[in-house]
Design a protein around this ligand. Structure first.
Ligand SMILES: [Zn+2]
Length: 264
């Protein structure tokens, strides 16, 4: 029995829901494996054609999330499918997804490197590495350092995020948003690389030199985001299958086909 048949049997969900459940479970495990998630943090992804999104159960280990163990939740926070409680910080996902119809997937993480940039006087996280041109519009910091459990806290965070692709949370963490869960995963990898690069410059005692507007314009001229996402997803999924971070039964549905990996 394939994973999709198994999911259908267990969940009774439609195929769009199954795909989103599997990709979000896989992205969660990959993010944990790459040190971006740990014992907490979570990913949500909208289900195309349904007024709902998927998110993991709050208590499930990020290293062991499966499609079958996840929840389908509507935009009032009601659990429609699955057995368990969403993470206590569900309002982060609810309010960002409500405020940003262009966003398909949201990551909330407590990445230490990102948090450090909310705790240094006169230092802002800036686009340093080429791939960080993604955050050229800015990376605002939300001032609320507490857990985001209330709708009004989630709305304030969504307001701070505004039209950007990333928001830091003072002494707490960050959120990233993207057009797909695969894109979100790739962004998270580059967000960490960029924060590392800036921290290394600071630790060397140097003044970081962020990308200039002209450099960002040049990078964007050469950008192939869709291809880049496919390439990195392929790399990280294959590595995770080899290392048994992802179950081998998920392979056929997660590894891009040769045709998909052909650059246009
Ligand atoms: Zn948090």
């Amino acid at each position: 029995m394939s994973v999709s048949e198994m999911t259908r049997t267990v969940r009774g969900s439609n195929s769009a829901t199954q795909k989103v459940l599997l990709e979000t479970a896989a992205a969660t495990r990959l993010l944990e494996s790459e040190g971006i998630l740990d014992y907490s943090g979570h990913v949500s992804t909208r289900i195309p054609g349904r007024d709902a999104f998927v998110i993991q159960i709050g208590s499930t280990s990020r290293a062991e999330v499966t499609p079958e163990s996840m929840l389908v939740v509507d935009y009032s926070g009601k659990v429609l499918e699955g057995d368990g409680q969403p993470p206590s910080e569900l309002p982060i996902h609810l309010e960002i997804l409500r405020a940003r119809p262009d966003v398909q997937s949201v990551l909330h993480s407590h990445m230490e490197l990102a948090i450090a940039f909310t705790m240094m006087e006169g230092v802002k996280l800036l686009p340093m590495r080429a791939r960080a041109s993604r955050w050229k519009s800015g990376i605002p910091t939300d001032p609320d350092p507490s857990h985001i459990k209330l709708p009004e806290q989630g709305r304030a965070l969504a307001r701070t995020l505004g039209p950007h692709h990333a928001v830091l949370m003072r002494a707490h963490g960050l959120c990233l948003v993207a057009e797909s869960v695969r894109g979100l995963f790739v962004d998270a990898v580059h967000f960490k690389e960029n924060a590392t690069a800036q921290m290394q410059a600071l630790q060397a005692g140097a003044k970081p030199i962020p990308l200039t507007e002209a450099e960002i314009a040049q990078i964007e001229k050469m950008e192939m985001r869709e291809w880049h996402i496919k390439k990195l997803w392929n790399y990280y999924v294959r590595k995770a299958l080899d290392e048994e971070v992802l179950p081998s039964a998920w392979k056929d549905e997660l590894v891009p086909t040769k045709e998909m990996l052909t650059r246009e």
